[in-house]
Design a protein. Structure first.
Length: 287
């Protein structure tokens, strides 16, 4: 679910410009005199007028607005406790977190027996989320709202506001990349999954004979991975194989607890990054 701060920032904001009255010269020049004055002053105008401007006219107002945004974000941060899902997962879960300030991606790592498990997710999913873009599930949801069971007692259709509320409350789908490596093995598994509504949905399962392709940390590796056959779509696999693969991931920590943790942590991190961005921007404007 989107936080109140995120929802507030998504509201339209408008820039206003001060309307300045048009000025009109009352002095009339002859054509020859005007040309002569233009030749005499053109050089001075091009080299001195802009040089005399000490600062932009909007700088002070912009700095004040940034300051109010920073104050608002700090106030909300102080009054909004850290979600219990984050605290419990970090304190009691098996994963270590790597979260570099200023970076969009977050990494979780752990060992499971001899294996190394790496899970990656990014706040870019939160920033790019558009609740108005419907997938198949949303389309089905619209049909349910048009069904007689969703109508008011008098037979009229349910209010559109109810549907809008459902969209606002919809959880943001968070993409996960799960990488499983084994010592002495050149290959690795790469599993693409989605965390949403407290569940993990496996989207794709890849096996790469070169583990560097599973990580895709460089542009070259990502390009090479695109041309490698790494397996069929997960949904086309035998149903029993799909179930066993899901249990395989659950044993390694890809569980409901992770599905709850990731969206909450993404929201908290996005707010931290936004506050840091505001502070850096204000510092630059004030310099």
């Amino acid at each position: 679910m989107l936080s109140l701060r995120t929802a507030a920032r998504s509201a339209p904001r408008f820039l206003t410009k001060a309307v300045r009255p048009a000025t009109r010269s009352t002095t009339i020049f002859t054509t020859q005199h005007a040309a002569r004055v233009a030749r005499q002053t053109s050089a001075a105008f091009s080299t001195s007028v802009f040089r005399r401007a000490a600062a932009g006219e909007v700088d002070e107002e912009l700095s004040a607005k940034l300051g109010s945004e920073i104050e608002y974000e700090n106030d909300v941060k102080e009054n909004e406790p850290l979600p219990a899902s984050i605290k419990d997962f970090l304190e009691n879960g098996p994963f270590e977190i790597q979260d570099t300030p200023g970076k969009e991606e977050v990494t979780l790592t752990r060992t499971f027996g001899k294996e190394k498990i790496t899970i990656k997710f990014s706040i870019a999913d939160l920033q790019n989320y558009d609740p108005d873009m419907f997938d198949e599930d949303s389309a089905l949801g619209d049909e349910e709202h048009s069904h007689p069971s969703s109508q008011n007692p008098d037979g009229t259709a349910a209010a559109e506001e109810d549907l809008d509320d459902d969209r606002a409350d919809a959880a943001v789908p968070c993409r996960l990349t799960v990488i499983v490596e084994k010592p002495g093995q050149p290959g690795a598994l790469n599993i693409e999954a989605t965390a949403q509504d407290g569940s993990i949905i496996v989207d794709n399962l890849y096996y790469f004979s070169d583990k560097s392709l599973a990580h895709g940390e460089t542009g070259e590796a990502a390009h090479r991975a695109q041309g490698v056959y790494a397996g069929p779509p997960f949904g086309s696999l035998d149903e029993d194989l799909q179930i066993l693969m899901e249990r395989f991931l659950e044993e390694r920590g890809v569980t409901q607890a992770l599905a709850v943790f990731v969206p909450d942590y993404m929201d908290v991190k996005e707010q931290k990054e936004y506050l840091s961005w505001l502070e850096g921007l204000k510092k630059f404007i004030d310099a």
